[in-house]
Design a protein around this ligand. Structure first.
Ligand code: ADP
Ligand code: ZN
Length: 725
């Protein structure tokens, strides 16, 4: 750490409005770059990070305030600081806003107060009571605990503990302030790898040992053992004494992944996601910055943890859209992982069975290494895929399971195996309307229909969370009990499955029914133990699960994601359905997949049946190239929104009037966003499209320079957007 000689430094504050501000270092403090310091900001005191020397500051000395305090925590490591500036520049956000993502556990900036504990001393109590005995039992073997822990476990009050200390049966000891983080054991024997897995793992491990930047696509069909392979790269990184980070799309639901990690390394990894308690966040953040957390597994936000010694990032299911954040600092954790690897000079591994076109193109052009696992582990075969043409096999009225699919499920269940129905739609029905007048129920705050969730007894908006009780009377024509459900959601599909298979256990799983890590783990157990015969689920069941006895997957509406014409609609549908299909037949019994479709000749459906990932991606690639769309061109979305529609319209008009023109870029819009209102905000969109080599940020910066955004209006820039709604 370079200690600052100058007495004036710039401190970056984790606020959304500014860059770094000048502060004076008082004589009694020594301050280094990266240190967390407390400074005055107007009437408040704020914690920020010393960003750099204030070389030739133009601010008058009399106006500069003193740093108040240097916080007792390690400095924000240099790679993290470089990363903050990089991400801020790329996403066109203030660095303070990105810094805030690094400071997501404010309590962790202070060490824990040392705790006092109790341990058994030699003097046995002359008078033994059952309460005293229970206390001594809890502390048997010489362990030390706090009085409140002892009281809780022994079921006594803390006065019993203190009484035992008074008579010399317990002694007071200092407990370590920070909870220990158990270290993963890289030397523990892993699974014995197949030859293919071994050579893939050798390549990754040797990249780790090189201690330099590289990006590798680890492409392997579902069930090929990608996880086992990248575990060996983590083992190599551990052996080097460096930290590893694994990003998973649904970490809170990944109990199977966590168990596998524990089986390989003997302990659980450190987790980072929104389901942690405040205490866990504090502990884990502190363990990361002190280098005690050797392996972290987390959601996209884990990328902003203050790793001093990061030596590897693995992005599992790298194609997943959930790595993209599209509000605030709109970043893609997959892309930013590669940037972080460049800054920290270490390898980044992107793993997927169905890589994104962006990554595939980088691998094909040689920018990324490409490691392949072309077959399933242990002789398991890929499932067969069959299309059911819904024009020929029409299910009955208010039914969605066709005869051939029903028959296949019957066979599977009769063989004692499990089946799964996939429909990517939460709730009972996507649409609820009045049978008398056709009135539809709309969210009062969004331009979206309300979705009936019959189990919860509510109508819900999937965009803002608004919920209301089902209506008795139609608000338009006043007809009573006239609302009718149109189309299936998974609740309705579950009803149908229960009617068709009354003697079997049918279970449903969606993000609103499985809401905690515990619920997800229970679900996994129920599947593994065979308590569930037929599972009905949304995309949440498609993610990485391994159920050996699941041999049939029925996709109820394979066309669902193809409508809408979003840039990635085909690619995303292909990936999702491949992922779903990949759940079938992962062990000794071969799997079967049925796709119900109205358009069997659609290229996506055809590619799925033939399982021709390469052919499909090649044609997708060609189409994008022809249209100069990503990854062959660049896009940026700009959403202008306000509670007052007039403000949006007039501000957009001004933006349109001053929009620049050029040969290698195009600014389209403004147009009302497809979701023209969310949470009461009126929304308009611009789309900036440019050639690949063009600095799209600089075009936008120049365009917006000097524009005053009205105070009631918000302007959200989204570089490389995934969401066009
Ligand atoms: P993928 O992530 O490629 O879909 P996984 O890593 O989940 O594949 O592996 C699929 C299953 O095969 C898992 O249950 C895993 O434990 C098992 N498996 C993979 N490789 C081996 C191995 N070398 N030895 C034993 N089991 C393995
Ligand atoms: Zn709403």
């Amino acid at each position: 750490m370079t200690v600052v000689e100058q007495q004036r430094v710039q401190v970056l504050l984790p606020t959304s409005f500014g860059a770094a501000y000048d502060y004076q270092v008082p004589d009694h403090l020594t301050v280094g770059i990266g240190q967390f310091v407390k400074v005055p900001l107007g009437p408040r005191e704020v914690v920020g990070v010393v960003w750099q020397f204030a070389a030739d500051s133009k601010v008058k000395a009399s106006r500069i305030k003193d740093i108040l305090e240097v916080l007792p925590v390690d400095p924000l490591p240099e790679p993290s600081r470089i990363f903050v500036d990089w991400v801020a520049k790329y996403t066109m956000q203030q660095p303070g806003k990105v810094l805030r993502m690094n400071m997501s556990a404010p309590d962790a900036l202070y060490p824990k107060a040392p705790k006092i504990g109790y341990r058994i001393a030699s003097a046995a109590p002359s008078k033994m009571t059952s309460a005293r005995k229970r206390v001594l039992d809890v502390l048997e073997g010489g362990i030390a605990r706090t009085a409140s822990e002892i009281a809780e476990i022994a079921g006594v009050s803390t006065s019993v503990v203190k009484g035992l200390e008074k008579i010399g049966s317990l002694i007071v000891v200092d407990l370590p302030a920070e909870e220990e983080i158990p270290e993963p054991d890289n030397a523990k024997e892993g699974m014995s790898l197949s030859d293919l897995q071994q050579s893939a793992s050798d390549i990754l491990s040797s990249l780790v040992l090189k201690n330099e930047f590289s990006a590798t696509l680890l492409e392997g069909v579902t069930g090929s053992g990608k996880t086992e392979v990248y575990f060996e790269a983590i083992a190599a990184c551990l052996a080097e004494g460096r930290q590893s980070l694994v990003l998973l799309p649904e970490i809170a639901l990944s109990s199977q992944w966590l168990s596998r990690f524990e089986a390989r390394f003997g302990v659980k990894p450190v987790e980072w996601h929104s389901d942690l308690s405040q205490g866990e966040r504090r502990r884990n953040w502190r363990a990361v910055i002190e280098g005690r957390a050797k392996v972290v597994v987390g959601a996209r936000s884990a990328l902003f943890l203050p790793f001093p010694e990061l030596g590897l990032i693995v992005v599992d299911e790298e194609h997943e859209a959930s790595f993209k954040q599209d509000e605030g600092v709109a970043y893609n954790a997959r892309d930013m992982s590669v940037v972080r690897g460049q800054i920290g000079e270490f390898p980044v591994v992107l793993a997927s069975a169905t890589p994104s076109l962006e990554t595939l193109v980088n691998a094909q052009s040689g920018k990324y290494e490409h490691v392949k696992l072309p077959s399933r582990f242990g002789g398991a075969t890929l499932p067969s895929v069959t299309i059911i043409d819904l024009k020929l096999h029409r299910p009955g009225a208010q039914r969605w399971i066709s005869a051939p699919l029903q028959e296949a499920i019957t066979e599977t269940l009769a063989a004692g195996q499990q089946a799964m129905l996939f429909l990517n739609r939460r709730g009972y029905a996507p649409l609820t309307l009045c049978d008398a007048c056709g009135h539809r129920l709309q969210c009062p705050h969004c331009s979206a229909w309300l979705v009936e969730h019959r189990l919860a007894g509510r109508l819900q908006c999937h965009h803002c969370g608004f919920a209301t009780s089902p209506l008795k009377n139609c608000p338009d024509c006043d007809e009573v009990d006239s609302f009718k459900a149109c189309g299936p959601g998974i609740e309705r599909l579950t009803e149908e499955a229960q009617i068709l298979f009354p003697d079997h256990n049918v279970a449903m799983m969606a993000s609103d029914t499985v809401t905690s890590p515990k619920a997800a783990a229970d679900f996994v157990d129920a599947m593994t133990n065979g308590d569930i015969d037929l599972l009905v689920g949304t995309q949440i069941v498609a993610k990485g699960y391994h159920f050996p006895n699941l041999t049939l997957v029925g996709v109820v509406d394979a066309d669902l994601g193809l409508a809408g014409g979003d840039l990635r609609a085909s690619e995303r549908t292909f990936q999702l359905l491949s992922q779903v299909a990949g759940r079938a037949g992962r062990a000794e019994h071969p799997g079967r997949v049925f796709l119900q479709s109205h358009m069997p000749e659609h290229p996506v459906i055809e590619a799925l049946t033939k399982q021709e990932l390469d052919v499909f991606m090649a044609s997708e690639s060609e189409a994008r190239q022809g249209a100069s769309m990503p990854p062959f061109g660049r896009l940026a979305g700009i959403v202008v929104s306000s509670l007052e529609s007039e403000s949006v319209v007039s501000f957009c008009r001004e933006l349109a009037r001053t929009a620049p023109h050029g040969d290698n870029f195009l600014i389209m819009g403004p147009a009302p966003a497809p979701l023209s209102m969310i949470r009461g905000r009126h929304r308009f969109r611009f789309l900036v499209k440019s050639a690949k080599h063009v600095n799209i940020q600089s075009i936008i910066r120049k365009w917006l320079e000097g524009k005053k955004i009205p105070s009631n209006t918000r302007l959200q820039i989204d570089i490389d957007p995934y969401n066009f709604m």
